[in-house]
Design a protein around this ligand. Sequence first.
Ligand code: SF4
Length: 172
Amino acid sequence: MNKLLFGGIIINVTGVLVQYYVTCKRELWFFANQINMNYNNDDIDIGKFIHEKSYSRENKEIKFDNMVFDYVKNKNDLTIFEVKKSSSLTIGARYQLYFYLYNMRNCGKDIKGVLVYPKERKREEIRLTDEIIQEIDEIIEDIKRVVNLKTPPKAIKKPYCKGCSFFELCMV
Ligand code: SF4
């Protein structure tokens, strides 16, 4: 179900595709069609540094199926952590984590997700609901449609377009 047919090849729907879907369907299309812009983005370097330095003692990326968890606590219940640079744009990170919880929902344990913002010393707990499960089902189906479009969806101006590598291409 989490697989899609793309250019005659079956690929996995991943957390990154879900993240792009909720932030910008046009960027999702570029990413899935392997169209990249060369650029230096300090935000990405800072994010990578925080990612590497935060929780360095216990943090190990855990690869499971088509997912990469930043950090997991597996005790009586299962907690999946996602470390982010800033809480200013959380929708993509939140849905990526929902997608992980969605995939793990039948693991036999109570599950929850935690978004962690080390720089701000903040964390936000999220849980899966029936409504979110239905929404993720719909998102997965629509990702299949969007990535197989012949041309990218129209550019729609968003508050974060200026920080996007496709900004000059989109001219929004
Ligand atoms: S510049 Fe804006 S519209 Fe264009 S890909 Fe980036 S986020 Fe999407």
